[in-house]
Design a binder for this molecule. Sequence first.
Ligand SMILES: NC(=O)c1ccc[n+]([C@@H]2O[C@H](COP(=O)([O-])OP(=O)(O)OC[C@H]3O[C@@H](n4cnc5c(N)ncnc54)[C@H](O)[C@@H]3O)[C@@H](O)[C@H]2O)c1
Length: 249
Amino acid sequence: MLEGKRIFLTGAAGGVGTALVTVCRASGAEVVGLDRDAQALAALEGCAGAVVDLTDRGAVAETLPRLIDRHGSPDIVISNAGWTRAEVLADTGPAEWDDELDLNLTSAYTLTRAVLPSLRTHGGAFVYVASINALAHYGNPAYAAAKSGLLALMRAVATEEAAHGIRANAVCPGSIRTAAWDHRIAAQPDILERVRRLYPMGRLVEPREVAQAVAFLASDLASGITGAVLPVDAGISAGNLPFIREIVG
Ligand SMILES: NC(=O)c1ccc[n+]([C@@H]2O[C@H](COP(=O)([O-])OP(=O)(O)OC[C@H]3O[C@@H](n4cnc5c(N)ncnc54)[C@H](O)[C@@H]3O)[C@@H](O)[C@H]2O)c1
């Protein structure tokens, strides 16, 4: 599905990132990972990597041309790094707001601008990993604002860059058991068991399932698709199952 494609992938060392490396390599792609976690990045098999803090604009501006020189221009760029801690508005001070906007939105903008000139020379595809938090309010207001902004960024690229043969799409995952949940599980060991029941499919999605949806949107199988938002969420954005259960008793 991705034979001969070169992919630049952010957050490559995380839960979804690792699944993306596996799925994309198995589909025939070469993957260049970007992450701030040097140790986890080095442990990724068959994936070239660059250690970079994506919130450091200068470092991103310096790193991307170097990666393009070394590996060649990417055909596909997957903006996957993301993070949240501030659960509700009452916990979201100015520092939390800025931190979550910086990583989840501004770093994707910086990355996009850094690779666009090179993609314009041959076309390609962006996939942005957003969240169900961009579709309705599930808590984490700063993260939700950033992920909603990420959909706007994706639509700007899809609309303005189509003339250069560039597509852009987004996936909106529901809850996924990755390291992103470790702090919540430490505070409430049964949290995933309770959360899973809110999903129509009665379970969370797996990192591999998110990766497969991203790989599809990045691939030529999706050659006619741009500007799309694809939930990968075990059905939670389709309707409110707990509400229906209350109605039927
Ligand atoms: N886990 C979930 O429940 C869930 C749900 C919806 C959406 N998402 C989204 O999926 C994506 C992947 O999340 P995940 O669950 O794999 O998280 P994760 O915490 O397992 O991985 C995130 C990766 O991003 C890297 N990273 C964080 N900040 C960085 C920075 N400043 N510079 C460079 N790298 C940085 C981390 O080192 C880590 O390897 C994120 O965009 C997240 O918002 C996750």
